[in-house]
Design a protein around this ligand. Structure first.
Ligand code: FAD
Length: 463
């Protein structure tokens, strides 16, 4: 079959999307935009139509946007059958069927896996069940937390100072609440941006009145007789009285429903090639199953061909569009997903952005502004080339650094930059924690070269 005939055939048939959120919706829109005329089924375990998550830890906690008003803008009608409020529980690749929690099965010709991540729960389930203990991933989580924060509580404990935890702490301070942040690492944002930038985040949080406790873990949450949280115990022997605890320990990828299906899915995500086609457990690429968004991990030539797992809004959009395109194209018409990672966060009045993969950096230099002034551009190098940049209130420069990363520009930068202070001209160690230690910090992770999990069963060929 010629590529054109094959592409024409792929514009028909049955496409099923599991995960009806940002990546799922944008993929569905792209499928219709690019001429897919077959049947489209959207399966989502949440009861809501796709909504936006970034406001849930920012405007929604402050009451400036209602969580129920965060529905994602629709680019077009997708003419789909929506199966909302029911989870996919299994995948039968031979029968090409998705099994739902209500016992139904949905048949597909091509499948998109876009099941994203969920909040990592507190380690002790009975403590997690205390009234006053929250996680933050869904619009219901955000609505409940906002109600609690505005109900007259006096002290909030945030466990984990990654991006989400830091944004929650920032919202608490804006609401006038006392907040303690307990972080196992040496500084906030350390897993994502390293200890040098983490130290600037540390100063920022303290200057805004956060009671920041780094280098400590919360060992236990204690409730009263009514089952309400009243105290947290820390590894340094201290205790903190708090009525609210927000567990911000990073995300877990939603891959359990794929167990036993033979696709390369595990705790690190669903492995796919740069065209978003999912690998099976033996490392053979499938041609009918695709992955996009937070749940996907794919190799990237800019980063040593290592598999990249991203928890970035922009990546979910772009990868979904490419997956959709490739689902209905054949051969040479397919395109690779080679996005340069880009992430933003707003906290304590500062707009923080990063481009590239900071945790890969072995050196760092501040090219503009100053760490002590909380307004700077920091550039990360890896084996002599620019690999990432992070800005505090300096986002306008990121496009430039994105080009530098894509071009493999030399590090340290050889050009003159504006507004450079003398204090940090020399490259320094960015001071990332040992990558082998578990950390909840990074929203972009290099997860090795293997497409399949180490624990997979070796299946020899049927000779
Ligand atoms: C509070 C918060 C703040 C954020 N802020 C930023 C930010 O400032 N900047 C930024 O770049 N990114 C931010 N992000 C990350 C961004 O929202 C994600 O990258 C994006 O939502 C990923 O989209 P996705 O569709 O891949 O996954 P998700 O949005 O996680 O959607 C996956 C969907 O699949 C559903 N699902 C899971 N399992 C099943 C199943 N078995 N069957 C059916 N459905 C299933 C899930 O319930 C969910 O609805 C933030 C995320 C959160 C939670």
């Amino acid at each position: 079959m010629s590529t054109d005939t094959d592409t024409e055939a792929r514009r028909q048939g049955r496409i099923v999307v599991v995960g009806a959120s940002l990546a799922g919706l944008r993929a569905a829109e792209t499928l219709r935009d690019q001429g897919f005329t077959g049947s489209l089924t959207m399966i989502g375990d949440e009861p809501y139509e796709p909504y936006d998550r970034p406001p849930l830890s920012k405007q929604a906690l402050l009451g400036r946007a209602r969580p129920e008003d965060t529905a994602l803008p629709r680019r077009r009608d997708v003419d789909a059958a929506w199966r909302l409020g029911v989870a996919a529980e299994g995948l039968d690749r031979d029968a090409r069927q998705v099994r739902l929690a209500n016992g139904d099965t949905v048949s597909y010709d091509r499948l998109l896996i876009a099941t994203g991540t969920r909040a990592r729960p507190w380690i002790h389930p009975e403590e997690a069940a205390l009234d006053g203990v929250f996680v933050l991933r869904t619009r219901d989580d955000s609505a409940c937390l906002h109600r609690k924060l505005t109900s007259g509580v006096s002290r909030v404990l945030v466990i984990g100072a990654g991006f989400t935890g830091s944004e929650v702490a920032s919202a608490c301070r804006e609401l006038g609440l006392e907040v303690t942040v307990a972080e196992r690492g040496p500084a906030p944002l350390v897993g994502a941006l390293g200890g040098v930038i983490g130290a600037a985040a540390d100063r920022l949080q303290r200057s805004k009145g956060v009671d920041l406790r780094c280098g400590v873990s919360v060992t236990a949450l204690e409730g009263d007789y009514g089952g309400r949280l009243r105290r947290a115990h820390l590894s340094d022997g201290t205790a903190i009285d708090a009525e609210v605890a927000v567990i911000s320990l990073g995300a877990v990828r939603n891959t359990e429903w794929l167990a036993g299906s033979g696709v390369a899915a595990g705790p690190r995500g669903v492995a796919c090639d740069a065209g978003c086609r999912v690998f099976d457990v033996n490392g053979i690429v499938t041609d009918d199953i695709y992955a996009a968004g937070d749940v996907a991990r794919s190799p990237h030539p800019l980063f040593d061909y290592q598999f990249l797992s991203l928890e970035h809004w922009g990546n979910a959009v772009e990868q979904a569009e490419i997956a959709a395109h490739n689902m209905i194209c054949a051969g040479t018409k397919r395109i690779p997903h080679l996005w340069v990672p880009m992430f933003w966060s707003s906290q304590f009045g500062i707009n923080i952005k990063s481009v590239g993969v900071p945790p890969l950096g072995d050196q760092l230099v501040v090219t503009q502004g100053s760490l002590t002034e909380e307004r700077f551009v920091a550039v990360y190098g890896y084996r002599g080339r620019v690999i990432a940049a992070a800005t505090f209130d300096g986002a306008k420069w990121l496009g430039f650094y994105q080009e530098q990363i894509a071009a493999g520009a030399p590090f340290p930068p050889e050009y003159r930059t504006v507004d450079r202070r003398t204090e940090t001209l020399q490259p320094v160690d960015p001071d990332f924690p040992d990558p082998h230690l578990p950390t909840h910090g990074p929203t972009v992770t290099l997860s090795g070269h293997s497409p399949s999990e180490r624990r997979v069963q070796f299946v020899p060929s049927r000779a």
